[in-house]
Design a protein around this ligand. Structure first.
Ligand code: SF4
Ligand code: SF4
Length: 308
């Protein structure tokens, strides 16, 4: 997985001035929240719509134009065989590919199933789990194709999204500071909830973008923007313990929207999650072995019955 800095620098527009850049917005495995953030940019969307040709955006219009596209915004993780095939086509059709949100950058909430038995989840949730075709893991887009920029958040921030779109259309690097939520607290003059009130907070290790909303309302950050580059999760661990979190709670703290982001996944393992996940895997294996044993006993007894 990549960081929130551009993987490749913007390339020059080959035919600037001759036609409006073509924008496409794609949904993969996700809840649509990041696409809605774009639609929520009502005041800014109208001038933007005048500068680009919105060629493909099913959330906003039934009108669909074939590629190639100058800028593709991709929401959602790669979680099904169809997702995997389609993201390769989208990449081939797109000059710039920007992934938006926790699903696309870190596998999203659906990546929690990477820590469990996906077949068991399907059996629990769906009346006909045999209709469900899914990959073993929910993964970020960058695990499959090169991406030009990753924008964090669950959902993303409207201002950051507009900055990324405008930067790519102008052929410059997006100005998205790779800073922690703590920087945003200082910038808005919010008193630190950890220092002042002993409230557990993932702000020191979480990427900024939300404007430090949670600490501003007196609660700790729970990491929905994912890890900042160089997140010092080991240094934060004693503070989380001091402020009353046990091993299990720390693991849950890191395993929310960005559970598979490498820094948060490693932090959860260090805090004790490895044993917990391992125990679940072992329990799953025992269940499956038990099912196979009882199935073969059933077949044997049917065979005996048939012979009698
Ligand atoms: S409240 Fe949280 S994010 Fe804000 S300065 Fe304190 S630790 Fe950092
Ligand atoms: S959880 Fe953290 S990153 Fe998410 S909105 Fe709250 S302060 Fe911002």
């Amino acid at each position: 997985m990549t960081t929130s800095t551009p993987v490749t620098a913007p390339r020059p527009e080959p035919d600037a001035g001759h036609r409006a850049p073509r924008l496409a917005v794609w949904k993969f495995s996700s809840c649509d929240g990041c696409q809605l953030t774009l639609l929520d940019a009502e005041d800014e969307l109208l001038p933007l719509a005048g500068r680009v040709e919105i060629a493909y955006f099913l959330e906003a219009s039934r009108h669909q134009e074939p590629g190639p596209y100058d800028l593709s915004l991709v929401e959602g993780s790669i979680a099904t065989p169809e997702d995997e095939e389609r993201i390769r086509r989208v990449r081939a059709d797109s000059r710039y590919l920007v992934v938006i949100g926790a699903c696309a950058t870190a596998g999203g909430i659906q990546a929690l199933r990477n820590l469990a038995d996906v077949k068991e989840y399907a059996r629990t949730v769906y009346a006909r789990p045999d209709y469900i075709r899914t990959l073993d893991r929910s993964r970020p887009v960058s695990d499959y194709v090169p991406v030009d920029f990753e924008l964090r958040g669950c959902p993303i921030d409207k201002g950051q999204l507009l900055e990324v779109v405008c930067a790519f259309l102008a052929g410059r690097r997006p100005d998205i500071p790779d800073q922690s939520v703590c920087f945003a607290c200082k910038a808005r003059g919010t008193v630190c909830v950890t220092t002042a009130h002993g409230i557990p907070c993932l702000g020191p290790v979480t990427h900024a973008g939300c404007g430090a909303i949670c600490p501003a309302y007196g609660r700790g950050c729970y990491g929905c923007f994912g890890p900042v580059t160089g997140a010092r999760t080991d240094a934060l661990l004693p503070l989380l313990r001091r402020d009353g979190l046990g091993e299990r709670e720390i693991v849950r703290f890191y395993r929310t929207f960005n559970a598979e982001a490498p820094a948060f996944a490693a932090a959860a393992r260090r805090a004790g999650g490895q044993d917990e996940a391992g125990e679940r895997d072992r329990a799953g294996e025992r269940d499956r072995a038990g099912e196979e044993d009882s199935a073969s006993e059933h077949e044997e007894s049917e065979g005996e019955g048939g012979a009698a």
